[in-house]
Design a protein around this ligand. Structure first.
Ligand code: 13P
Ligand code: SF4
Length: 305
């Protein structure tokens, strides 16, 4: 049955010249039909060079908006219209304008998990895999980092030469796990290394053996000569690693480590969207797109290479 749906997807995407981009948090059956799988930075890089007329983003809304910002001439599809990132909605335009007034002279660095509207007011975007490199390369010393205080705090510790101010915002999926959850998982799997995403709270990150983006966690586990790992990010990564490395053991930090927004998109959502009976085409007004593009262009410029 899954194979049948996948075959129909592959046929339709070829007939209609569609490029399927998938974030690593999508289920394995979706990754198998994608042209590219990656973290937020890799997806933005790929969007900028996809040759197809249509790009389908299997992930959440801000990722599809990033594609549209970079490729206005392409049709950009989000297979499940409800798939948003709650962190991206935590700050609105008014709140950011107030923050900018409170911190005059600070460059605004936005985690890419923000709306296109908010990006129009930011100097540069970053992702979890590119934030340190980009902030180090920026000439500005004073930085207002929005909206993830956990990622911002993690980067601030690594860039002591910068004055980094963070605000109250976080990923509800990652931020709720505590040192106690880590202690419980380590007691159950004493030989396992702990690999976590920097959206986790500082008390979890402090206990980790490795901290990185979704693709960085996967490649660390694949290359490691160790054989057991506790995964401190969305549980889809546990599934992918188990399939890619059957000789190793992967344990979830918690069985509840689930991003319900990312998991809204099912294989059948991809099929229905290709058939034109589901999903949403992303539309941005040109003024917003151009203003938001500056911060994405600067991210690609400073983050590449
Ligand atoms: P990555 O850039 O690490 O893939 O993170 C995206 C995300 O939303 C993590 O929660
Ligand atoms: Fe947003 Fe968190 Fe889900 Fe990532 S895991 S998409 S940051 S809610």
């Amino acid at each position: 049955m899954i194979k049948d749906i996948q075959e129909r997807i592959l046929k339709l995407k070829k007939e209609n010249d569609v490029c399927i981009l998938a974030h690593c948090y999508q289920t394995h059956d979706i990754l198998e039909v994608a042209d590219f799988v990656g973290d937020s930075f890799g997806l933005a890089q790929q969007a900028a060079k996809a040759p197809n007329k249509t790009v389908m983003m299997c992930g959440v809304r801000f990722m599809a908006e990033t594609v549209k910002i970079l490729c206005p001439e392409k049709k950009v599809l989000l297979p499940e219209a409800e798939a948003g990132c709650p962190m991206a909605e935590q700050l609105d335009r008014e709140m950011l304008l107030q923050l900018k007034e409170r911190y005059p002279g600070y460059a605004v660095v936005a985690y890419i998990n923000t709306t296109a509207e908010l990006k129009t007011l930011c100097d540069v975007c970053v992702t979890s895999s590119s934030a340190k490199k980009i902030i180090e390369r920026m000439p500005e010393e004073k930085i207002l980092f929005i909206p993830d205080k956990n990622l911002g705090g993690f980067i601030a510790k690594q860039c002591p030469e910068k004055d980094i101010v963070t605000v109250q915002g976080c990923c509800p999926t990652h931020a709720r796990f505590t040192a106690k959850d880590v202690d419980r998982a380590k007691a159950a799997h004493p030989n396992a290394l702990l690999l976590v995403h920097p959206e986790c709270s500082a008390e979890v990150v402090d206990k980790a053996d490795f901290v990185g983006s979704t693709t960085e966690i996967m490649s660390y586990a694949k290359k490691s000569n160790k054989s057991e790992f506790i995964i401190g990010t969305e549980n889809s990564i546990v599934q992918h690693l188990g399939i890619d490395c059957p000789e190793k053991r992967f344990y979830a930090l918690s069985k509840d480590f689930i991003c319900h927004n990312m998991q809204l998109t099912k294989l059948v959502s991809v099929l229905h969207c290709l058939e034109g009976v589901g999903g949403e085409e992303i539309v941005l007004d040109e003024q917003t797109r151009l203003a938001a593009k500056r911060s994405i262009d600067r991210m690609l410029e400073l983050g590449n290479g």
